[in-house]
Design a protein. Structure first.
Length: 385
């Protein structure tokens, strides 16, 4: 046992201390034994890889609920598929749940083409079990009672304070959560091709994980760590090219094209930064897609798109400028607006704010969309702190 465990080393040290005054030679030998035991325990714990420790956590439960964040993307869905396969390998039942909606064309195509059946959750009671594993986010959100969920494990690449009761592996330096899951599989001896020995990664899982990495890193061109390239090389042998093409190239919704066009024509550019108000949208997923498109313009290194749906403004930002941490910029721009939420990575971020609260309901003097646009520019340039 480790120091401080009930019935562990600490009581034995007290006994040795007492013995030291009575029989010094025996006491010294006992101290050496205790030190060896403690050292071996610490070495053994440190020596276990994250993959091994995570598998043990899964094995400790008869059933787990794998929870995605609202509006799941391919990286989150692929990571959940990987956790489900790892759980099933130790005979643990695993169900994948998601709050919110799966709306973007590539996200819907991912679920359909790879023949997945994710369970929608509206309240905490919809989860199959209290043993919850979070992937691609580290704090439960997006459904009633989410604040009461205490996950047993967290696997993520986003910065945050959320932890798992038994296991936490959060790597903000990674470009995709799917990279972490691919590493687990590789460390545990899984292979992406049929083999006589060891478990095989199914084609759908290898394809999903590879596309999860590609989609979160813009095909290994944005926000990558060396681990992304290693994982992609490991998975590539087992991918189904036909499935990968269908997931990566779904049909494009007409509104998405229209919103992209509005983002380009209504853009305002100051120095190398652009802000564009695309006004009303029925599909809010068109907003981040428009941000991706606008960032492709020559001379533009950071963009924010503003879109409206019902009484909410949706913000989506992208940056390829080392001077602009997009998540921090968006958070700074809206932090004085009641009930507003924003944040994200250095390269991408998003936010939502109530139009009524922005215009003055609650504390504050109110803010027009034009003034919000100015704040976004100031946040990107660093003038607004």
């Amino acid at each position: 046992m480790l120091p401080g465990d009930d019935g562990g080393v600490v009581p034995h040290i007290d006994a040795v201390t007492s013995l030291l005054g009575e029989r010094p030679a025996v006491a010294v030998g006992a101290v050496l034994v205790v030190a060896l035991v403690v050292g071996w325990a610490l070495f053994s714990r440190r020596g276990r890889s994250p993959a091994t420790r995570f598998r043990r956590v899964l094995d400790d439960h008869d059933e787990v609920a794998i929870l995605l964040h609202p509006d799941p993307d391919p990286d989150a869905m692929a990571s959940a598929m990987g956790v489900q396969s790892l759980a099933q390998a130790v005979e643990t039942d695993a169900t994948i749940h998601y709050p919110g909606q799966i709306r973007r064309p590539e996200n819907r195509a991912f679920e359909t083409v790879l023949e997945q059946d994710f369970e929608h959750v509206e309240t905490v009671g919809d989860l199959e079990t209290e043993a919850v594993v979070l992937v691609d986010h580290n704090e439960p959100r997006g459904f009633q009672g989410s604040e009461g969920v205490d996950p047993v494990a967290v696997v993520d690449h986003h910065p945050g304070e959320g932890t798992g009761e038994a296991f936490t592996d959060v790597r903000p330096e990674y470009g995709a959560c799917a990279t972490i899951i691919a590493e687990y599989l590789q460390e545990l001896g899984w292979v992406p091709i049929d083999a006589e020995d060891g478990p095989t990664i199914p084609d759908a899982l290898a394809t999903g994980l590879l596309y999860g990495i590609q989609s979160d890193t813009k095909y290994l061109t944005n926000g990558c760590a060396p681990a992304e390239f290693d994982a992609a090389g490991f998975l590539y042998r087992g991918t189904d090219e036909e499935l990968l093409n269908r997931v990566a190239n779904p049909g494009v919704d007409a509104e998405v094209l229209e919103v992209k066009a509005r983002a380009i024509t209504s853009r305002e550019v100051r120095n190398a930064f652009a802000v564009s108000d695309v006004e009303a949208v029925s599909n809010v997923d068109a907003v981040p897609e428009a941000a991706d498109e606008l960032l492709r313009l020559a001379g533009v290194t950071a963009v924010v798109i503003i879109g409206r749906r019902d009484e909410t403004l949706h913000l989506s930002g992208r940056s390829r400028d080392d001077r602009v941490h997009m998540g921090k910029a968006l958070k700074t721009a809206v932090e004085d607006i009641p009930m507003a939420q924003a944040g994200g990575h250095a390269r991408m971020g998003g936010g939502q704010l109530s139009i009524e609260h922005m215009e003055g309901i609650g504390p504050g003097d109110g803010l027009t969309v034009e003034e919000l646009r100015d704040r976004l520019f100031e946040a990107m340039t660093g003038e607004l702190q």
